[in-house]
Design a protein around this ligand. Sequence first.
Ligand code: SF4
Ligand code: SF4
Length: 298
Amino acid sequence: MKELVIISGKGGTGKTSITGAFAALAGNSVLADCDVDAADLHLLLKPRIIQKHDFYGGSRALIRNELCTDCGKCREVCRFDAIEIRGPVSPHRQKTYQVDPVACEGCGLCAYFCPAQAIQFDPALNGEWYISGTNYGPMVHAQLGMAEGNSGKLVSLIRQEAKKIAEEEKIENLLIDGSPGIGCPVIASITGADQVLIITEPTLSGLHDLQRVAELTRHFHIPAMVGINKWDINEELTGEITRQAEELGLTMAGKIRYSRAVTEAQVKQMPIVEYTNDGISQDIRELWQVVMGELNKS
Ligand code: SF4
Ligand code: SF4
């Protein structure tokens, strides 16, 4: 089984459209959406949910008011300002302490220091994850709750489940829509992968992001390739990115032209290669051939 992760320095570079197109070109692969903070691969691949699971990524504090003595220790020790003081609840009780569930990072310090053992510290339901069927193979994806953290843990879980399916069903390729950026979720997306494809655009921020992402892949010793999306919007910067990729020891896998058809395909909820056979689809097919060649070598 070979695992390819498609990533980018930031969101909105076309990474998901390219993953969706690869899914259609591969025919039968296991697909995973590890961009859990902005999951949208499902919009292109229209998965049919087969299994639904709760995701408990961490714990969250909850003050039991009947035990609380209003000493204020929890508020004093919370580094995330997650404990609020609320107004009187009765003539005998002038204030109460409450945890703001959005601000709480689940560190557990308040529960440790509470002299009255008034703070419950229970696993928090952070979202759901799914195993689905698509026309292009099984898919593992998730929905993180609003303002929920722990996305790195969820990414690791999705990858692990996707690998399990690939091994059980003897499916050769695992295609992952990775998280953007260089934080914890992207590290969880790429560690141990066979190949990474970095999608970038010919802009100054694209050039800068490429360097940061390349450092990350080098640090984790993962072979990386580069695909330049919308290369023709700035040919000079495309040339600069190509030179940069060479200096960084990255394989230049291909260039994709700008096309309005990408947005049209998104509106129709179709992978671009199924929506049109025009130039952009040819570019993606060529990119896929190079990517597959590199993946098979690894
Ligand atoms: S530390 Fe415990 S007893 Fe003191 S205010 Fe907080 S919850 Fe109440
Ligand atoms: S668990 Fe940590 S972050 Fe949450 S309220 Fe307690 S001290 Fe603050």
